[in-house]
Ligand binder design. Structure first.
Ligand code: CTP
Ligand code: MG
Length: 241
């Protein structure tokens, strides 16, 4: 039997969110963002293991947090978790989790801790697309804004054709061998902001599947407000969160 693992890079500081505890530990509805993300991932039917890359000095604290929320061992339709030390960049954090994966993992997803409200349906859809034969799968949404490139002196150099653009989310999914070789071939001095980018750099094929608005990333303070509102709406409609 083979299993799907989800790697959760959670070792960032959250500089753009402003001063405070590391972003993954910021509270959302009274519960750390990381706990929301791990709850969703461990509850997805297609997921067999969740590996969290914690801040290097926060491995014990994150392990304790997961234990406190009953998110360590497998049980009641829930996958088990493990915690590893993350690195200085997101790419390094993912690489450190990759080497810690057990032998029976054949599909690997990577999901930002900073996307705490990801629906389990999106997780299952990404796994299904990899299991259906894709090397690499990313969720994408149409771009709402007009996107322009800007050059010297803040002068616009081009207006991009919005119809061919997608805003890419996580979870991103990969055959294990594909993400492992992509990371092995990557340049640590020019880290990528997502994992599929490393596959593209090697000439690999990346499939886009429909994303989900609720998988948005909490980057700046306004997204924290949005996340609180989405969570409040879920709670009001009886969805546990
Ligand atoms: N991440 C990580 N290790 C790092 C940097 C980032 O595991 N050295 C993780 C973050 O914890 C987050 C995800 O990568 O879950 C996406 O990164 P981002 O949204 O940029 O988060 P931060 O790097 O924490 O935020 P900022 O860039 O504003 O400091
Ligand atoms: Mg960052």
């Amino acid at each position: 039997m083979t299993r799907t693992a989800v790697i959760v890079p959670a070792a960032g500081r959250g500089e753009r969110l402003g001063p405070g505890v590391p972003k993954a530990l910021r509270l959302l509805g009274g519960v750390p963002m990381l706990v929301h993300a791990v709850r969703a991932l461990t509850a997805a039917r297609s997921v067999g293991l969740v590996v969290i890359a914690a801040p290097e000095d926060g491995v014990a604290a994150v392990s304790a947090l997961l234990a406190e929320h009953g998110l360590v061992d497998a049980g009641a339709g829930r996958a088990p978790t493990m915690v590893v030390a993350g690195g200085d960049t997101r790419q390094d954090s993912v690489a450190r989790a990759l080497v810690a994966l057990p032998a029976d993992i054949d599909v690997v997803l990577v999901h930002d801790a900073a996307r705490p409200l990801v629906p389990t349906s999106l997780v299952d859809a990404v796994v299904a697309a990899v299991r259906a034969g894709a090397d690499a799968v990313v969720p994408g949404l149409p771009v709402a804004d007009t996107v322009k490139s800007v050059g010297r002196g803040d002068l616009v150099t081009a207006t991009l054709d919005r119809s061919i653009l997608r805003a890419i989310q996580t979870p991103q999914g990969f055959r294990r061998s594909v993400i492992t070789s992509a990371h092995a071939a990557s340049d640590p001095d020019a880290p990528a902001t997502d994992d599929a980018g490393l596959v593209e750099a090697l000439g690999g094929t990346v499939l886009v599947v429909p994303g989900d608005e609720e998988a948005f990333k909490v980057t700046r303070p306004l997204e924290l407000v949005l996340a609180e509102a989405v969570l409040a709406r879920r709670r009001a409609s009886g969805v546990v969160g």
